[in-house]
Design a protein around this ligand. Structure first.
Ligand SMILES: *Cc1c(COP(=O)(O)O)cnc(C)c1O
Length: 453
């Protein structure tokens, strides 16, 4: 097995190992890391996955990308530890399915990448006898996914800033009840202020020794785990070696969708990738006009985790289609638009349609969706109509969050009060701990220096 190296989409930083790319996050030239060759599975290997568990398939994928850097037994143990929850594939009609990626500890698909990335970082930090402080600001969900992903891992501390008045009780409790290596800092200001404090801390040389990192969605360590569930779905649903599969992916920063692109390049027989987006339709416009314009500020939609006016992973997609986009979001070399048109289908779904889709899916199929999954489901329905898709075509739409996380839209459209997943039911009885600051930078800095010395 030869070692894959990771290069930057800006092409001036040196190539690095997976471990280095993981700990760096962004490349020094501000580009995003990608593998210099994409490993493949034979059809025979893909068929053999039918008899393997989710964790075992994850192990096979990771072995291809960074198996030379971690002993097999340790890597397999990490996979079993990270993936100890179900991945339901719900049959809807014909060969159309919904894959529920909402059974992890924070009931969001971000658990799949976060949990593995946490364990991988922990492994490489332990090797180097080094440590990291993950610093992030949240307006709700990202903070809890990050906090859970790194909970109780030595060599890593997590500090999450949140605006006390903008986070719901449930969201706050998902973070403040974890404790141990997870510290929560409430400020009496707004989310933008919390984010500004984090930004200032990252550029403050007095804090360099704290080894700050953001663990955000541009990290290659979050991308590779998102390849696995596409392969898993195919292993469970394909009926013959000539079967092809279509995925509909509710998309914001395009990390999830890039996982599907990589799965396809690894040899998974994918027919079409449906990029389901809300009113932030910059990608649809790019394919239509071959010109790229960010949406700034991004548009607020009910599928709020997808309110992204410039997807941070777009540079990776353009790179893999022969083009180049710099860190400012400017296209330097155009991608192969014909190839993009052939591989992708995209629909922008507004809030009204998103809500109506929740109602219709429930009425027609007893399918319970929340707003993000509804955007994906509508996109799949639209594709089936526009492209006259046959009843034998295998299609899977992703549900990226649990309906109980968005009770208002769900109750309004279906009359159903979705039941909380187990992980969220227990919260009521746990103790909360957090610190409160007024939100000025000197106070915040002093707090960090005192806490993490
Ligand atoms: C983050 C998120 C998305 C979007 O995923 P990207 O990888 O950013 O495209 C979709 N749905 C939910 C619930 C999310 O939390």
């Amino acid at each position: 097995m030869s070692q894959i190296k990771y290069y930057s989409t800006n092409h001036t930083a040196p190539k690095v190992s997976f471990g280095e790319a993981l700990l760096k996050g962004l490349a020094p030239d501000k580009g995003l890391y990608l593998p210099d060759s994409i490993p493949t599975f034979t059809l025979h290997e893909i068929e053999s996955f039918a008899g393997k568990s989710y964790a075992e398939i994850a192990f096979e994928v990771f072995t291809k990308f960074f198996g030379t850097e971690i002993p097999s037994d340790e890597l397999l143990a990490m996979c079993h530890d990270a993936y100890d929850f179900d991945v339901p594939l719900e049959h809807v009609y014909e060969r159309k399915y919904v894959m529920r990626l909402d059974q992890g500890p924070t009931a969001s698909f971000k658990d799949f990448a976060g949990r593995m990335m946490g364990r991988l970082m922990h492994y490489f930090l332990k090797q180097k006898n080094s440590h990291k402080l993950i610093l992030t600001a949240t307006s709700g969900d990202t903070g809890s996914a990050v906090a859970h992903a790194f909970h109780n891992l030595s060599h890593i501390n997590v500090a999450v800033l949140f605006p006390i008045d903008e986070v719901s009780d449930r969201q706050r409790k998902q973070m403040t009840t974890l404790q141990n290596n997870i510290r929560l800092i409430a400020i009496t200001k707004k989310f933008d202020d919390a984010q500004a404090l984090v930004k200032e801390a990252f550029s403050d040389s007095d804090l360099e020794h704290l080894e700050l990192t953001s663990a955000n969605s541009i990290n290659i360590g979050r991308l590779i785990p998102q390849i696995v569930y596409y392969i898993y779905a195919y292993s469970r649903l394909s009926q013959s070696s000539t079967d092809k599969i279509t995925f509909s992916i509710p998309s914001g920063n395009f990390g999830d969708m890039m996982g599907c692109v990589l799965a396809s390049k690894m040899g998974l027989p994918i027919k079409k990738i449906l990029v389901a987006i809300n009113e932030n339709n910059e990608f649809e416009q790019l394919l239509l006009t071959k010109k790229y314009a960010k949406i700034n500020p991004s548009i607020n939609c009910v599928s709020n985790a997808m309110n992204v006016g410039h997807p941070s992973n777009l540079a990776r997609l353009i790179e893999l289609y022969g083009g180049n986009m710099n860190e400012k979001g400017e296209i330097i070399t155009p991608p192969d638009y014909d190839a993009l048109d052939k591989d992708f289908f995209t629909v922008s779904v507004d809030d009204d349609l998103t809500k109506k889709t929740i109602g219709k899916a429930w009425k027609n199929y007893s399918l319970l969706l929340e707003p993000h999954g509804a955007v994906g489901w509508h996109c799949l329905q639209e594709y089936c109509i526009q492209k006259d898709i046959s009843i034998n075509d295998l299609c899977v739409s992703l549900e990226t969050a649990h309906p109980a996380k968005f009770p208002q839209a769900v109750v309004e459209q279906t009359g159903i009060e979705p039941e909380l997943p187990e992980s969220m039911k227990d919260l009521e009885n746990l103790d909360e701990t957090y610190d409160s600051l007024n939100g000025t930078y000197p106070e915040f800095k002093e707090f960090l220096l005192r806490l993490y010395k």
